[in-house]
Design a protein around this ligand. Sequence first.
Ligand code: AMP
Length: 393
Amino acid sequence: MPFSTLGLATPIQNTLKQLGYDTPTKIQAQAIPLILQGDNLIAAAQTGTGKTASFVLPILQRLSEGQAGRKKRARAIILAPTRELALQVEQSIQAYGQELGLKSLAIFGGVDEKPQKQALIEGVDIVVATPGRLLDLYGQRAIHFDEVEFLVLDEADKMLDMGFIEAINKIIARVPEEAQSLLFSATLSNPVRDLAKSAVYNAKEIIISKHSASKSNIQQWMVGVDKDKKSALLAHLLSEHNWKQALIFIETKHGAAKLVSQLEKRGIAAEAFHSGRNQQVRQQLIEQFKQGDIQYMVATGVAARGIDVENLPVVINYDLPYPADEYVHRIGRTGRADAAGEAVSLVSKDNFKNLCMIESRLGHLLERRDIEGFEPKKPVPISVLNYVPKHKR
Ligand code: AMP
């Protein structure tokens, strides 16, 4: 896929050509269109994936379309953990934006603040800063945040490790709520997710890391099946494969309880894990599942976030998740630490649109397996890749 398909303006495309960038990296291909259309974003991506250009390019484009700000007002703030990274990102901005005439500035501690203040008086579009010094300058009224259109937290995990949480929270609280927010982090650990909750609302999520969908040690396949045959098919698959353990995802808590009793009738013991069960019971279930005392856990997607089991051999989507990112998340729960894993989805015809979205997100079709005796009366059509749902802008 060439850069020209991502919606970037010609001057930016020309610069990329000059720099010898032929094709977007994975994170660029995914993040650039989303940022251009105004989405908030959380992305798990490590250095070396091309993540800097993935947020710098669309921000440059959007800023170049708008009006220059007043003095002492940045239109984009990029927070970075270290002086080195701040400088590096600012250099990338200069390189990528050489045709655009936007001004950028790196701000960090440990050096004289006067030149930084002077540059802010002269007017800057994009500030790349370490949190402490930025807050310091804000306190001195050397910079105001009331015209900020973009807030980026780069290497969020590292910023948290370095103890910047308080400064970051203060900055977030002072930036206009409607600013577009982007968070990048090597990992999406719980503290990073907590930060994302307060900083990045309604975010789209991209994962380009070792838990990504492209992970080759996860074998993904689906079975087309009529809706009313799903529980029988699940029972069949569980008996057939006899996986050591399985985490089975289902849409609703009511559905979870029902499925557990349907499995029971077929002689298969499973536990239901959902928000309707009290915290203590859920904690116990997680422990038992971790210990291997529970073989099959039927969980709703939201509740299952708390379940983190090493070496889970299979996850099963009894119901397909929505949105597509949730699928990537779910399958990341198997095949950890490079162990082999399987991700199985039971798909009925009425899930077709959802399947299209997931397969478009993955960039490929899922392997289909026919299970004898469960051939659907209503077959699931083959997906259209690059599917865009109608209700989306
Ligand atoms: P980053 O992950 O942002 O630290 O970028 C890693 C390196 O990849 C940097 O040196 C970039 O200049 C380079 N780079 C980023 N995007 C591309 C691309 N699409 N094609 C070639 N090189 C790239």
